[in-house]
Ligand binder design. Structure first.
Ligand SMILES: O=C(CO)[C@H](O)[C@H](O)COP(=O)(O)O
Ligand SMILES: [Fe+2]
Length: 228
């Protein structure tokens, strides 16, 4: 049975892609104190996507710095499996990967689960939900990209809203409790539409880290969600 929007457990996941890397620990601390729920950790390999960011050592460094919030690792890497164990050891909470980057996506999901993390699958804008229908009952996160992966600060692709609605219906119809996360171009201006379409977990990089006051942006997002 479908959960009404107002009762959904909304989570805000700032993407550290837009943080000041020279002060990463302080930035993550600040955004969590400002009310964020998850730390969205974008791993890019300059192969699956045309950009290069950070890896498990940085995740471990955040844990050593004292970050205890869930770390939501978004792997934009090919191949996937080699990095799963190092991220599990580094303190990742969720590990989500693009199934088109894994030769055996079902095996990768199990590997993540067996290592004690929460598996997620990520779909690029042009990838269909049908392609992961056999994985939905095995994952804790379904992440729909609302930009093509590789860079922060891009514009939300509007057709993602229809895909979100379809994803919400599929999860609800099957009685599945996986989080439905949206990633790319989310801001205070469109978070209501994104939530109405069915998302419960919102990645926002530039909209949060690009603001002077993290707390006021996150509060504005929460107030908007509370009014749905
Ligand atoms: O996975 C990503 C890009 O591939 C990022 O998480 C995403 O782009 C967040 O940044 P912004 O909110 O600025 O769009
Ligand atoms: Fe991401």
């Amino acid at each position: 049975m479908s959960i009404p929007q107002a009762k959904r457990d909304f989570k805000i996941a700032p993407s550290i892609l837009s943080a000041d890397f020279a002060r990463l620990g302080e930035e993550v601390d600040a955004v969590l104190k400002a009310g964020a729920d998850f730390v969205h950790f974008d791993v890019m390999d300059n192969h699956y996507v045309p950009n290069l960011t950070f890896g498990p050592m940085v995740c471990k460094a955040l844990r050593n710095y004292g970050i205890t919030a869930p770390i939501d690792v978004h792997l934009m890497v090919d191949p996937v499996d080699d990095l799963v164990k190092t991220f599990a050891d580094a303190g990742a909470t969720y590990i989500s990967f693009h199934p088109d980057a894994s030769r055996h996506a079902d095996r990768t999901v199990k590997l993540i689960r067996d290592l004690g993390c929460k598996p997620g699958v990520v779909l690029n804008p042009a990838v269909t939900l049908e392609s992961v229908k056999h994985l939905l009952d095995q994952v804790d996160m379904l992440l729909l990209m609302s930009v093509n992966p590789g860079f922060g600060g891009q514009k939300f692709i509007p057709y993602t809203l229809d895909k979100l609605k379809e994803a919400r219906a599929r999860l609800d119809d099957a009685g599945l409790e996986a989080r439905l996360e949206v990633d790319g171009g989310v801001s205070t201006a469109n978070i209501a539409d994104v939530a109405r379409a069915g998302a419960d977990t919102f990645v926002a990089g530039s909209a949060i880290f690009g603001a002077q006051n993290y707390e006021s942006v996150i509060k504005q997002m929460r107030d908007t969600l509370a009014q749905l």
